[in-house]
Design a protein around this ligand. Structure first.
Ligand code: THU
Length: 164
C-alpha cells in the first residue's frame, strides 16, 4: 500500500490596522462595518455586515437576517451575495469583499465566515471567473487579507463535480 503526505500552504497578509488598507479596501471595510447596523439579530444579538465592492466602484452590502424559526435566518455574507445577484443581474465583477461583526451596540470583533457562506462566496467567484479579494477581522484584532475567497475553502465542492 502506498500513501503520499501532502502539506497545504496558505498565503495571506495580516495588517495591523485599517490605516494600512488601500483606499478601495478602506471603502469596502467601512461599508461592512456600517452594514452591521442593518442586521436583524434579535435572537443572537450578534450583528454581522458584509460588503461587496464592484468593478464600477459601487458598493453593495448585506447583514444577517434572523427568524423566530432559527434555521430560516441567513448570514450577512449570503444576504450580500444573493441580494446582489437578485437586485443587479449581470452586475459588474466583485473586486473586493469585507465582513464585520459586533454584538449589538458593542465593539467590533472577529468575523470569520461560516462554512456555508464560504461555499457561496466560492460560487460567486467561480461564476465571475475572477478572484474575489477578501478582508476579515481576525481574533487578534488585526485584518486578514486573502487574494481569493477560494483560499478559505480547500477541497471544495464545485459545479464541475456535478455529472451533467
Ligand atoms: N453569522 C453571519 O452573519 N455570518 C457568519 O459568518 C457567522 C454567523 C450570523 C448568523 C446569525 O444570525 C448570527 O451571526 C449568530 O450565529
Amino acid at each position: 500500500m502506498a500513501q503520499t503526505e501532502h502539506t497545504l500552504a496558505l498565503a495571506y497578509t495580516e495588517l495591523t490596522s485599517a490605516a494600512d488598507l488601500t483606499p478601495a479596501e478602506a471603502q469596502v471595510w467601512e461599508a461592512a462595518r456600517a452594514a452591521t447596523a442593518h442586521a436583524y439579530a434579535p435572537y443572537s444579538g450578534f450583528w454581522v455586515g458584509a460588503a461587496l465592492l464592484l468593478a464600477d466602484g459601487t458598493l453593495f452590502a448585506g447583514s444577517n437576517q434572523e427568524n423566530a424559526a432559527y434555521p430560516s435566518g441567513l448570514c450577512a455574507e449570503r444576504t450580500a451575495l444573493f441580494g446582489l445577484s437578485a437586485a443587479r443581474p449581470g452586475h459588474p465583477a466583485i473586486v473586493g469583499m469585507a465582513v464585520a461583526a459586533r454584538p449589538a451596540n458593542g465593539l467590533f470583533g472577529p468575523a470569520l465566515p461560516c462554512g456555508a457562506c464560504r461555499q457561496v462566496m466560492l460560487e460567486a467567484e467561480s461564476r465571475q471567473l475572477r478572484a474575489i479579494p477578501l478582508l476579515l477581522p481576525s481574533r487578534q484584532g488585526t485584518i486578514l487579507r486573502f487574494a481569493s475567497v477560494a483560499d478559505l475553502l480547500p477541497f471544495h465542492f464545485r459545479a464541475d463535480d456535478l455529472p451533467v
